[in-house]
Design a protein around this ligand. Structure first.
Ligand code: ZN
Length: 151
C-alpha cells in the first residue's frame, strides 16, 4: 500500500519516513508538512520516493514523472510554482525535458545549455495523457538517443 508522500521545494518526491529522517538530521531544515488525515489526497496518484523507492501518494502529475524517472533515469526539477519536470541528459550535452502540466506529456529536446539558460527547445513531442508509463518511457528514451535536427 502506498504511503503519504510529499513533493519538496528542492525537487524530491519523499515518503513520510524519508522526509522525517531528513528533518531529524537537520534541525534547520524543519519544515511544516501538512500530512493528510488519510494517506491519499484528492488528485493524488502513485509515485515513487526518490530516496528509498517506496510507492507514495503525491499529486498525479508529480507521481507520473517520478514513475517515468525510474524507467528513463534523469532528475526531477522544479520549474517554478512547485511545478515538476523530469530532465534527462543527452550524449550531445543537450537535455530532454518532460512535463505534464496540462495533462498530456510534453517531451522537449534542448541543445547543450539551452534548458539551463531558458532557451527554446529544438524539438517537441506531445503524447496523450492516457499513454502507459512503458510507452511514454519508450518515446522519452527515443528523444534522448535520436540525432538532433541540424538547425
Ligand atoms: Zn522514502
Amino acid at each position: 500500500m502506498p504511503v503519504a508522500g510529499v513533493w519538496t521545494p528542492w525537487a524530491e518526491v519523499l515518503c513520510r519516513h524519508c522526509h522525517d529522517e531528513i528533518d531529524a538530521k537537520e534541525a534547520t531544515a524543519k519544515r511544516k508538512i501538512e500530512w493528510p488525515e488519510g494517506e491519499k489526497r484528492e488528485g493524488d496518484g502513485p509515485g515513487l520516493c526518490t530516496k528509498c523507492g517506496a510507492t507514495v501518494w503525491v499529486h498525479e502529475d508529480v507521481a507520473q514523472l517520478s514513475r517515468l524517472r525510474k524507467l528513463t533515469g534523469g532528475v526531477m526539477e522544479q520549474t517554478g510554482g512547485m511545478c515538476a519536470a523530469l530532465a534527462i541528459g543527452r550524449l550531445d550535452g543537450g537535455t530532454v525535458v518532460v512535463t505534464n502540466l496540462d495533462g498530456p506529456l510534453s517531451i522537449g529536446v534542448y541543445g547543450p545549455g539551452e534548458w539551463e539558460e531558458g532557451g527554446a527547445e529544438v524539438q517537441c513531442y506531445c503524447i496523450p495523457e492516457a499513454t502507459t508509463d512503458e510507452v511514454a518511457a519508450f518515446v522519452i528514451l527515443t528523444a534522448v538517443k535520436e540525432k538532433r535536427k541540424e538547425d
